[in-house]
Design a binder for this molecule. Structure first.
Ligand SMILES: Nc1nc2c(ncn2[C@@H]2O[C@H](COP(=O)(O)OP(=O)(O)O)[C@@H](O)[C@H]2O)c(=O)[nH]1
Ligand SMILES: [Mg+2]
Length: 372
């Protein structure tokens, strides 16, 4: 179900999803094919980002969809450069003659190449085992192997994308958590900007009261975006900020309230308890809040740091991931182990420091961009 601006929520709907472009005029045909025209998008990739499969249709609007999809695939290709480079050079080198025999030596060489990409050893093992099962003792073309890899990747990422869940009754409450410096505050600003552009009234809560600079950082963003903010002095109880934000969000009918938090580790038990307290405070005003607990991860942090966040994600009851700082790293393949390890949808990816640098993650387009 796609969200339409000023769309009336049906009583049976508990949640609905965010429009996938910053500014879209969209309507949904009864055939299930979305019609939309991106308006005034700044980032090339934000011109239509539908991740849902589009059925065959006579509708000329489908051409717009196809073009938008092709654009997004091309854009994903850019940040998959490292992974694609490995495939295009190293894997090709495995072919000494026309057809390559799939034997133990080949499988072990292939595995060695796969683990050098950003996909992680789990995915490398899955792919190698699939190829062994399907082709062992037979001669294969490079295209056969690439097809298996793409299929396995698409399979593993299936259901690992996802739109932001918006509550049927406002306000939607989004709690944003993660370690220090992962990109929480910046991602909140980007998300608030996106929601504001799609016509929603957004209230920010500067719940990182540890550092005065953190409150100021969010305040400056809120001014730039033109959305409201609830702040407190540094050292104040983040629970009280959350409480005041909820009160305003409910009393003044805000659509969405996004709560920033201080960076923390799972091992800091007092900070984990503080997070629990923030949640309880939110629930006093909005019983089913928070509707999303987004974990912001730094894509450049490396596998170890990311693995450590898994316990945190479970302890904090996270519902989705924002993978920040994917720009410039050319290591987009890292999405695969992250989505697998956390078992959570990657809802957004951060691709720069500016307000427009936030994209929805779509597994289908991502897989299509691999070695294309
Ligand atoms: N290149 C890039 N930098 C980012 C991105 N997201 C955040 N940053 C930068 O990462 C640094 C830490 O971000 P911040 O939002 O303050 O992290 P927080 O401590 O988790 O709130 C800042 O310098 C941001 O500009 C991103 O998607 N790409
Ligand atoms: Mg911050």
């Amino acid at each position: 179900m796609f969200f339409r601006r000023k769309k009336k929520v049906e009583p049976s709907e508990s949640t609905t999803s965010l429009p996938t472009s910053n500014e879209v005029v969209s309507s949904v045909a009864h055939s299930g094919v979305s019609r939309e025209k991106p308006v005034g998008s700044h980032h090339p990739a934000s011109q239509g980002e539908r991740s849902e499969p589009v059925g065959k249709t006579q509708n000329p609007e489908a051409d717009i969809q196809d073009a938008a999809r092709a654009k997004k695939v091309g854009w994903f290709r850019g940040f998959l450069k490292k992974t694609n480079d490995v495939f295009n050079t190293d894997i090709r080198d495995l072919w000494k003659s026309e057809g390559q025999l799939v034997d133990d030596a080949f499988l072990s060489d292939l595995y060695a190449i796969l683990v050098r990409t950003d996909m992680g050893p789990g995915m490398a093992t899955t792919i190698r085992d699939s190829i062994r099962e399907q082709y062992r003792g037979r001669k294969v073309q490079q295209s056969d192997i690439l097809a298996v890899i793409r299929e396995r990747v698409a399979q593993s990422l299936k259901d690992r994308g996802g739109n932001l869940k918006l509550a049927s009754e406002k306000p939607t409450v989004i709690l944003v958590v993660g370690v220090n410096g992962s990109g929480k505050t910046t991602s909140i600003a980007k998300l608030a900007n996106r929601l504001t552009k799609s016509g929603r009234r957004v209230l920010l809560a500067a719940g990182d009261t540890f550092r005065a600079a953190a409150v100021e950082q969010l305040r400056i963003w809120s001014e730039r975006i033109g959305c409201d903010i609830v702040t407190a002095d540094s050292g104040a109880d983040p629970g009280s900020v959350a409480f005041r934000a909820m009160q305003r969000a409910v009393d003044e009918s805000f659509d969405v309230c996004i709560i920033d938090t201080a960076g923390r580790l799972q091992t800091q038990s007092h900070l984990m308890q503080q997070l629990e307290k923030i949640k309880r405070v939110l629930q006093k005003k909005v019983p089913d809040a928070p509707h999303e607990v987004l974990l912001v991860l730094d894509a450049t942090a490396g596998q170890n740091a990311i693995s450590q966040a898994k316990g945190f994600s479970e302890a904090a009851g996270c519902t989705g991931i924002v993978l920040a700082k994917l720009d410039g790293s050319a290591k987009g393949g890292v999405i695969i182990p992250i989505a697998e390890q956390f078992g959570l949808p990657v809802k957004f990816i951060g691709v720069g420091e500016k307000l427009d640098d936030l994209e929805e993650f779509s597994p289908d387009e991502f897989a299509a961009a691999l070695f294309s």
